[in-house]
Design a protein. Structure first.
Length: 287
């Protein structure tokens, strides 16, 4: 059995099981080979009720890989990422060097976590704190700032299209938004799109006044994803809780936001037809 204070030191990260708070503490090491997203995250405390499971597999070169599975709706970082993170950047994945009894310690650690996991279904609210966002986010066509209450777009004279430049800088209070969509800058068409309550804007991110376009050297994952996660946490904190008759749940704003998010990822080619249908049905059923 694992006891309080047990620690697993892996490649670029350390996991600690803290029974006093029933949580998993993940500390990310700094180094040239450590993903820059992990540098930005620093340390995270994950309540075990935010996890739906923990897997243990054998990796390359006899390494041992632990992978914690997060409940839908529990972590704003993973909700914003929407499955777009590369495996090497997954903050819930720990790789341990083989040999030296590492597999035995990892198995005991995994079992101790499993004994205390909560329900596997979607979480009603975020259970993991959002990472600290950068003060400003530099995109290709704008510089974004989030003060906790509103997002400001200041267009770049050289990067913004004439449509954005003519419209002038934009400011979106959190109360005026229903959600957001983050498309990784490591994929084609990377951008951050806000979803105003008044309706969708131009479908082209470079013309949409609520979108910032990424590009080479702009909107890097380690900057743009924490920014999006912090904003998403602020949005969900203001979202009303859906209610309905017993036995007949009514999809609330959060569920519809997820479905809209999935539709955008599907239309952008980031989800296959089968993946889109499976996730859509899952969110609809869990509404």
């Amino acid at each position: 059995m694992c006891r309080m204070g047990d620690v697993l030191a892996g490649n670029h990260a350390v996991w600690e099981f803290d029974r006093t708070t029933n949580s998993l503490i993940i500390r990310f090491a700094r180094g040239m080979r450590t993903p820059r997203l992990w540098h930005a995250l620093g340390e995270r405390r994950i309540p075990l009720e935010a996890l739906s499971g923990v897997g243990l597999t054998v990796g390359r070169r006899d390494t041992v890989v632990l992978h914690a599975r997060v409940r839908v709706g529990a972590d704003p970082l993973m909700e914003a990422a929407a499955g777009q993170l590369r495996e090497a950047c997954d903050p819930y994945r720990l790789v341990l060097p083989g040999g030296g009894g590492g597999s035995g310690r990892a198995a005991a650690f995994t079992e101790a976590l499993r004994e205390r996991l909560g329900p596997a279904g979607p979480a009603e609210r975020f259970l993991v704190s959002a990472p600290e966002p950068p003060a400003t986010l530099k995109a290709y066509d704008a510089r974004l700032a989030f003060d906790g209450g509103a997002v400001t777009f200041r267009w770049s004279r050289t990067g913004a299209t004439s449509a954005k430049w003519k419209a002038g800088d934009q400011r979106y209070p959190v109360a005026a938004l229903t959600g957001l969509v983050w498309h990784s800058p490591e994929r084609s068409g990377g951008h951050l799109r806000l979803l105003p309550r008044e309706g969708a804007g131009d479908p082209r991110p470079d013309h949409d006044l609520a979108s910032a376009v990424f590009g080479v050297g702009y909107g890097a994952v380690y900057e743009s994803l924490p920014f999006a996660a912090a904003l998403l946490a602020a949005l969900r904190a203001r979202a009303p809780v859906a209610s309905g008759a017993a036995g007949a749940p009514v999809p609330g704003p959060r569920s519809w936001e997820r479905i809209q998010h999935l539709a955008e990822l599907h239309s952008a080619g980031l989800l296959t037809d089968a993946e889109y249908r499976a996730l859509r049905d899952r969110f609809t059923a869990g509404a």
